[in-house]
Design a protein around this ligand. Structure first.
Ligand code: NCD
Length: 310
């Protein structure tokens, strides 16, 4: 399968067979991601890692993935250190950066920014989060984690909880899970429920999702609990944030109602939505999920840059 030079802006840029291909490739990357095996198969390539919003996992796992493949990284970690602070447009920045690199990873506070960048760049653009829009590479690593922990995705009962309105990881993942025939339940306070267009897409592609604000009533049947942070920085009014902060907290008491083999995922960072006591239970898979960002992003770079293992 040839995915060379494609952009990954939305998870819908990939079809089911392309996603399966990337998941299989990520599996092969694990020994390289841990350092057990070595390769320089993309030596000479240059990746531009442009982060105009804070990031720990996405930025560093792209850097780690690049390092494990022999790729050099150019990095920007704030708009204030670039000419965008002088008033340069994103399109001019991208037209410049594409001439310095072979592939661009972009995180930006505005929805639609990666689509715009892809329009102006002849090199592949990977959306690493565009405001409250999409986060497709997080979705690929989330799918990879579910597949490796549960043995498959089809028919899984997945409960997604938290800020489904502003949470870009939730938007991309919901659509992808419906492509795999998972059964989805969206748990959120009414003001933070999944946007209607995403609910509609999920219903079009797969099973119609269930919407509720009551986590306790649905926890016992879940195979996967996907917890998200309330996206404080996206609230136009801090008062609105205060009203919903702390609505859900996953702790051992709640998990007593859960299946023994329930896995708890979170894209991280967490604030207080998962109690630290959960970390020491067999349910907790979020740090493994964070590790999976490395083999997954290695797979993505291999696919888009046309790398072959030597
Ligand atoms: C998420 C993001 O940036 O959207 N983090 C991540 O990439 N792992 C989730 C969040 O910030 O809550």
């Amino acid at each position: 399968m040839n995915l060379k030079d494609i952009d990954i802006v939305s998870i819908r840029d990939l079809d089911r067979s392309q996603i399966d291909h990337i998941l299989d490739l990520a599996e092969k990357m694990i020994p390289f991601a841990t350092g057990e095996r070595m390769t320089r198969c993309l030596e000479g390539k240059v990746l531009a890692n442009l982060f105009f919003e804070p990031s720990t996992r996405t930025k560093l796992s792209f850097e780690s993935a690049a390092a494990r493949l022999g790729i050099r990284v150019l990095e920007v970690s704030s708009a204030t250190t670039t000419s965008m602070s002088k008033g340069e447009t994103l399109s001019d920045t991208i037209r410049t950066v594409e001439s310095y690199s072979d592939i661009i990873v972009l995180r930006h506070p505005h929805e639609g920014s990666s689509r715009l960048a892809a329009h102006f760049s002849s090199k592949p653009v990977i959306n690493a989060g565009d405001g409250a829009g999409q986060h497709p590479t997080q979705t690929l690593l989330d799918l990879f984690t579910i597949r490796s922990e549960k043995g498959g995705i089809e028919g899984m009962k997945v409960v997604m909880v938290g800020d489904l309105k502003y949470g870009r990881t939730a938007h991309s993942l919901a659509v992808a899970l419906s492509m795999f025939g998972a059964e989805l339940t969206f748990v959120a306070p009414e003001t933070l429920q999944m946007p209607t267009d995403t609910v509609d897409q999920v219903s079009e592609v797969g099973h119609a999702p269930r919407l509720t604000s009551d986590l306790e009533s649905v926890i016992s049947e879940a195979d996967v609990l996907y917890v998200t942070r309330i996206q404080r920085e996206r609230f136009p009014d801090p008062e609105e944030y205060n009203k919903v902060a702390g609505t859900y907290r996953i702790d051992k008491t709640l998990l007593r109602e859960a299946r023994k083999d329930l896995i708890v995922l979170h894209p991280l960072p967490r604030v207080d939505e998962i109690a630290p006591e959960v970390d020491y239970t067999d349910h907790a898979k979020y740090f493994r999920q964070a590790f999976n960002g490395v083999p997954m992003r290695m797979a993505i770079l291999m696919a888009l840059l046309g790398g072959e293992l030597d």
